[in-house]
Design a protein around this ligand. Structure first.
Ligand code: SF4
Length: 326
């Protein structure tokens, strides 16, 4: 993204609560990142980024200025698995840099959280307890799990820690073990690894989030605006499908506020709005009914189920792991 486009985004930052300076690639390589974090902070947003950690030491000076609230450092297994998946990156150096940043933030009373984002695969699940312990010893604030949730090649399907709607054999035991280790060594542990059913709305909640691409296109999520020419390949157990990118429009003359209130966006997010409303109504009706008997509860549930069935995730979300809660 160039600075001219950022200026267009920045002029509407009062719309946002949080700005995550992230796309496809390593954000700390971007020459304007520090200035943009400062802009977002000045506009009243919280600011985050996810990094491979290689440049944390160099960036520490501006990261500790107070403009950034959350830095997530992405790791992918023990030293060997991490190096294999991350092109030779050294896990120990990455965790040391992450822990060092967290420690300096605490010492200076800068409200910056440093988290480890663990990319869970079926082949690195067994490493989890060890890496949780190493992250805690390094001094990182929190540890959380993410999946391979943008399957653009068959390898992603073969490596994912889930298949269809279930975790691979043994993965649950490793997650539980890691959770126990986290509680012993005293690091916050967020296990977001349990999926397997269609949530009310996906974790990238397009009702609340929008993705702005380097080329000025604005869309529901990073998965639907991949930086590729033409359609987006999405692999699943049933093979590959070509998904059309979803864009609400482009920031060239039209501002962010206009694109977010466009007909295109309103139509795209409508099923999720109806799903959430059905759930809200169900809960509202169940509470006063709780003393009145099973028949009323069954009726309320049937209405909710019918509404959810009539408002499935939009077609471009088909086979997206996030549409199954992963
Ligand atoms: S389900 Fe997937 S493709 Fe659809 S909005 Fe969520 S992340 Fe994007």
């Amino acid at each position: 993204m160039d600075d001219a486009l950022w200026r267009v985004v920045a002029s509407d930052l009062e719309l946002a609560e949080h700005v995550h300076l992230q796309g496809w690639g390593e954000p700390l390589l971007h020459p304007h990142l520090a200035a943009w974090a400062q802009d977002a902070r000045a506009a009243g947003c919280t600011v985050g980024l996810t990094t491979n950690g290689d440049r944390l030491e160099e960036a520490a000076g501006w990261l500790l200025r107070g403009d950034v609230n959350r830095v997530a450092v992405s790791v992918a297994g023990d030293a060997d698995n991490h190096a294999a998946l991350r092109d030779g990156s050294r896990l120990e150096s990455v965790l040391t840099a992450a822990g060092g940043l967290a420690r300096r933030a605490h010492e200076r009373r800068v409200p910056l959280q440093v988290l480890v984002s663990y990319l869970l695969t079926r082949h690195n699940a067994a490493d989890l307890p060890l890496v949780v312990r190493q992250a805690a010893e390094a001094g990182v604030d929190e540890f959380f799990i993410v999946h391979l949730d943008c399957p653009t090649s068959q390898i992603h399907v073969e490596e994912a820690a889930f298949a269809e709607d279930a975790l691979e054999d043994g993965v649950t035991a490793h997650l539980e073990h890691a959770e126990r280790v986290a509680s012993v060594v005293g690091i916050a542990f967020r296990n977001q690894a349990q999926g397997g059913e269609e949530p009310l709305v996906c974790a990238l909640d397009p009702l609340r989030f929008a993705f702005v691409g380097w080329d000025g296109r604005v869309g529901p999520c990073v998965n639907l605006l991949l930086p590729v020419n033409g359609s987006i390949p999405r692999w699943s157990a049933s093979g590959v499908e070509e998904i059309e990118a979803v864009s609400y429009g482009r920031l060239d003359g039209t501002g962010l506020a206009d694109l977010l209130s466009s007909e295109m966006r309103t139509r795209f997010v409508a099923p999720w709005a109806r799903r959430l409303e059905a759930e809200r109504r169900f809960r509202a009706s169940v509470l006063p009914l709780s003393g009145k008997g099973l028949r009323e509860l069954d009726e309320a549930d049937a209405i909710r189920t019918a509404t959810l069935g009539a408002n499935r995730f939009p077609d471009p979300c088909r086979h997206c792991p996030k549409a199954h809660g992963w």
